[in-house]
Design a protein around this ligand. Structure first.
Ligand SMILES: [Fe+2]
Length: 368
């Protein structure tokens, strides 16, 4: 067997690893993109540790990273002559920071890069990612999901420049996130683990990571939804997400991600919620070709069959108070052509059972 693993240059995992960040930064100014909830902790804890450096904190990203706000952040980082870019927050903050770091010295805007599908192969500044959710695994991957607010198109910018110089995954940063964030981001991580396991591009190495990642996320979501919010639960959520992230960098994902992106871009459905709504139907579709892998995963989760596993996915979604269809976002048959046209990403290519356009529309019919 031949394989190649790629990921962040340095990976730190565990309680308090966030305090390693000041020791990793090179000389020069620091530009931090962070979530609203993280700003207080950053100001109280990190800024004193960065005394002597010029630091600017940028907030204002919603759950997805829109091009216009990403370009504002890029202009601000260029204006302060930043040499380190830090993403400290959920997936949108890290994806925006990746984009800013990768384009910082290029003279190109995020909007231009997005609309021309620019591949980002080189970066001259330092980039670190500190996730405060266990969901997208953006700290592990070489792509940034961005959204064009003018067209509703949501897709990835890609390139090896987007791998972080340092990913610092500190489970303590999850503590305090609202339940709905833990549940929706947790279902994103769960979907990533499951889709990676049954992906057409999975291999022995990625499956080892994705099955263990799925197991940890599954157990932790079960406990969290029973109101158990221990350090161990936060650690398992963070570790499960990291392992599945390491797997899907190479295995790719599947149709819950492929079909979910245009729905999320068009209707503003949060990414993890989209995953939760689509996952069970996508698993039912894939079952005829993915049964052996699903059985392997079911066994690891303590179940006897793929059918029992799919039922349990729906039960966990209910326990996590996530919706079972797109009714509240008003997804309607007239939206299907947009979804069908814009769902043909890499995720659809690694889905184990192909979909025709009509088959995508039939699946959506069940979820409106
Ligand atoms: Fe995802």
């Amino acid at each position: 067997m031949i394989f190649e693993m790629q990921g962040p240059e340095k990976l730190f995992f565990g309680k308090n690893v966030r305090h390693q960040l000041p020791h990793l930064l090179p000389d020069g100014n620091v530009f931090i993109i962070c979530g609203h909830h993280s700003k207080k902790l950053l100001e109280e804890e990190l800024l004193p540790e960065l005394a002597g450096k010029k630091v600017e904190i940028f907030t204002g990203f919603p759950a997805e990273a829109p091009l216009d706000i990403t370009d504002k952040a890029l202009s601000a980082a260029r204006a302060m002559n930043a040499r380190s870019i830090i993403g400290w927050g959920g997936g949108s903050c890290i994806d925006a920071a990746k984009t800013v770091a990768s384009l910082l010295d290029s003279g190109i805007s995020a909007t231009e890069a997005f609309r021309t599908d620019l591949s980002l192969g080189q970066r001259s500044c330092f980039f670190a990612a500190l996730p405060t959710t266990a969901g997208t695994a953006a700290e592990m991957t070489p792509n940034a999901v961005l959204c064009d607010p003018e067209t509703g198109i949501k897709k990835s910018l890609r390139g090896t420049a987007m791998f972080a110089d340092a990913a610092l995954i500190d489970p303590e940063l999850l503590n305090g996130a609202p339940d709905e964030v833990i549940f929706s981001s947790g279902f994103d991580a769960l979907t990533q683990g499951i889709e990676s396991t049954i992906s057409a591009k999975a291999d022995a190495m990625t499956m080892m990571l994705s099955i263990e990642g799925t197991f940890l996320t599954w157990q932790a979501l079960q406990l969290y939804s029973d109101n158990c919010k221990s350090d161990k639960v936060y650690e398992d959520l963070a570790r499960g997400c990291m392992l599945s992230g390491a797997a899907f960098v190479r295995s790719g994902l599947g149709a819950a991600h492929g079909i979910g992106h245009p729905i999320s871009g068009l209707k503003g459905v949060p990414h993890g919620v989209c995953c939760a709504i689509l996952l069970a139907e996508v698993l039912k579709w894939n079952l005829p070709v993915a049964r052996p892998r699903m059985e392997q995963l079911s066994l690891r989760l303590g179940m006897n069959s793929s059918e029992e596993f799919i039922e349990a996915v729906m039960e966990l979604r209910r326990k996590c108070h996530l919706p079972e269809n797109f009714k509240e976002w008003g997804l309607a048959p007239q939206d299907f052509p947009f979804v069908v046209k814009n769902c043909r990403s890499g995720s659809m290519k690694s889905n184990p059972r192909p979909f025709s356009d009509e088959e995508v529309a039939s699946l959506l019919e069940k979820l409106i």
